[in-house]
Design a protein around this ligand. Sequence first.
Ligand code: HEM
Ligand SMILES: [Cu+2]
Length: 474
Amino acid sequence: MRAVHKNTLYWMAVTFILFPVLILVGLFMRAVQADQLGGAQAWFYPMMTLHGVGMVGVWFVAAMACASDILERYCDPSAAVGRFALAGTVLGVLLLLACVFLGRFAAGWYFLYPLPLKGEWPAWSAVTFLLSITVLGATWLVWCLDLLRAIAKKYSLSRALAWHYLAGRGEPELPPSVLIITVSLIAAVAALLAGVIVLVLFYVELLSGATSDTLLMKNLTFFFGHTLVNLAMYLGVAALYEALPEYAGRPWKTNRIVAISWNAVLLIVLFAYFHHLYMDFVQPGAFQYIGQVASYFSAIPAAVVTIFGALLLVYHARMRWNIASLLFFIGLAGWAIGGVGAVIDSTISVNVALHNTLWVPAHFHTYMVAGLAFLVIGYFYHRCQEVARVPENAGAQAFTTALLVIGAYGFFAMFYLAGAYAVPRRFALYPLELNHGAGYSLAALVFASLFLAGFLLYLVSIWTRWFKAMGARA
Ligand code: HEM
Ligand SMILES: [Cu+2]
């Protein structure tokens, strides 16, 4: 039995602490929007910023922790760099907490230029926020580069990208999870470098007063933000390829079609972000069309291949169902359902109506919560249980999963409905014309509380297994 590395167990602990706290921040936002917390509305935007950056960051590092755990099976990522990533992340989180709680920094999770420099918050809080993002981005860049180094040393990059499969050879065999992780890490490096450029341009303005081109800044920001979130999702999918076969009792292998579709992702994923600039009339028109086509093609082939692969794996297999395999299966569905919502919104003629409505948080919460988070917590449970081997209570696990699913989809449904009925995103309080938004918020508050209860039950069930894995750690 492969022990779980101490770093991975620490990443699990980080996730288990930060996720419920950030859910509470989400509940707070829904309560304000439901008009239940009149006096606290001044905190809406600092909390929205904390929630957005926090959630994106937590699920990125949690997915990276899965990737690094998978790679430990096949090659040799550096434990020292793993510790460095943990320390840098903790420092970045502390800076983030300081700027939102002490400085009420509130520019939203992608801090679109020039807002951070123009808000009502003190200048030091904007600087602290930028420093937080700098520490996080630089740390994660080093982490990604080390994982790529470990992959390249074992496989060479061309083999890790399965190019020998494209040429018709199936040897040496490459686990599909390693292929997907390689594609994701290459995209991550590109995204993080764009993030570094944005930050440098912010610092130049802070120090010299020289302003930047807003269109360039928006392109760089979404190249960074969209790509990072998109590939975190792929890392979660890699965990599915790695672990689901153990429950089906059959292997899930790389073949030519798998190789083609993930290489297509690598080619196209960097152009999908254009869908964030449909409303920018100064953006060159050709990019808008490229954005729509790239959005379709970075999502559809990989999703179709993965869904067919998973169904074939499970079809007529003697599946072993527990909370991990349930979450893998439901997580795959959530990825696809949220993906459909995203593809709808990335269609220009539809985006004209849905842009900046709650449809946007609707679709990304679907694939982040019911997709990525489900896959990751499924994988975390899978690894702890693999080592701990504590007897499982099927009824309790089914109940926990049901609470998570009902809570999550009820909460998403309120976002989708509100979006379809033209309720804008990022409104702390809804004006009279949009009063229906408050009703959806109240219902969402109830469902999201069910989800939180489900997650706490999940923690109850993983608790003893995590400790046992800690005792047997590598
Ligand atoms: C599970 C419980 C969650 C709840 C109750 C929740 C709630 C909310 C609410 C109410 C908003 C504001 C919507 C608006 O009016 O614009 C929001 C925004 C957001 N949430 Fe969540 N959320 C949850 C989970 C997540 C997860 C797992 C992620 C992972 C990425 C996430 C990422 C975001 C982001 C990026 C924003 C946008 C912030 C911005 O506009 O700057 N949330 N969430
Ligand atoms: Cu996007």
